[in-house]
Write a protein that binds this ligand. Structure first.
Ligand code: 13P
Ligand code: SF4
Length: 310
């Protein structure tokens, strides 16, 4: 990772002094990944959040991820350095919509993508991430299931996992990942590099998923790239997973399929805001106990049903 700047060193010192662990998602920029104790995908971050010894968790990601850490650690302080770091897709599924779907389909289980609010998770039977949707569906082994909010992951569930989905809302999406479906450059790379492997996040449209050599979460894509004997990879997800691959896997070529696939919510965080967060204990992420208790059982069910490698 190279040497740290004075600001990065100060952040590390403050984190140690304040008994704080720094968790960061794969979409954080390189300078933030460099000061994290753990970097991972949503599932890895959930697993990590189960075994925290420090008093405080400083979360470098978006709010639903910090909320999940808070739900799993009701006695600890969880901080997010900017309250505006919110995944827009999580706002696409208000709890009311879930309650309506449950009323309409009373015996159908509700599986919710982790990219949802705590209030939405409190309405779910089980949560999933992009790394374990098929594992969760196979464990439930029932058809159909209510699933939301991502419509492209619903397509993944139908085509790859082989389950019938009742989607809520009708067309939920991530605005960063849908762009891969509409820009011809995404698949044009494959013509330029015919031996390259196309790695695709399941939030991308089905027209891109069906061309993929591998579909998976950000952590699974990273692992695939490490293990593969191929030397060139075209990556269909946010650009800072690609910068991590370039940094950590020398000798292989990683091409961001669209170099403008940037999640602005993730980029709300800066080193300056992280330092302010450590100095002023800002901003606490809390979830009301009745909501947290219900959401925790849906999250815990996912953790229980998933294999460690998901
Ligand atoms: P991962 O869990 O695959 O890292 O995905 C999180 C996310 O928000 C994708 O857009
Ligand atoms: Fe949300 Fe999309 Fe950003 Fe992931 S990339 S956090 S789904 S807006």
């Amino acid at each position: 990772m190279g040497s740290l700047t004075p600001l990065q060193q100060e952040i590390r010192r403050l984190a140690k002094e304040n008994d704080t662990v720094i968790l960061a998602h794969n979409y954080q920029p390189p300078e933030i990944q460099a000061i994290a104790d753990y970097i991972g995908d949503s599932f890895g971050l959930c697993q990590q959040a189960q075994h925290i010894e420090e008093e405080t968790i400083l979360f470098c990601g978006v709010r639903f991820m910090a909320e999940t850490a808070a739900i799993l650690n009701p006695t600890k302080r969880v901080l997010i350095p900017d309250l505006k770091a919110r995944c827009p897709m999580a706002a696409q599924l208000p709890p009311k919509l879930i309650r309506e779907a449950k009323q309409k389909h009373p015996d159908v289980p509700v599986v919710l993508y982790v990219n949802t609010t705590a209030e939405a998770k409190a309405e779910a039977d089980v949560v999933c991430t992009s790394s374990n949707l098929c594992t969760i569906l196979q464990a439930l082994n029932t058809n159909p299931v209510i699933f939301g909010p991502d419509g492209n992951m619903a397509e993944y569930a139908r085509h790859i996992c082989g389950y019938d989905i009742i989607p809520i809302p009708d067309h939920g999406f991530c605005h960063v990942h849908v762009t891969f479906s509409f820009d011809p450059q995404t698949l044009a790379w494959k013509q330029e590099h015919p031996d390259a492997k196309l790695l695709v996040h399941p939030e991308c449209g089905w027209n891109i998923q069906e061309q993929a050599d591998f579909i998976g979460s950000t952590g699974q894509m990273l692992q695939y790239a490490r293990d593969s004997s191929a030397s060139t990879f075209i990556i269909c997800t946010e650009v800072d997973l690609v910068t991590r691959m370039q940094r950590e896997i020398p000798g292989k070529q990683f091409i961001p399929a669209l170099d403008y696939a940037v999640c602005k919510a993730m980029k709300k965080l800066t080193l300056e805001k992280i330092k302010a967060s450590l100095v002023h204990n800002q901003y606490p992420v809390t979830v009301a106990k009745p909501v947290a208790d219900k959401a925790r059982s849906a999250i815990q069910r996912m953790l229980d049903l998933s294999s460690p490698k998901d």
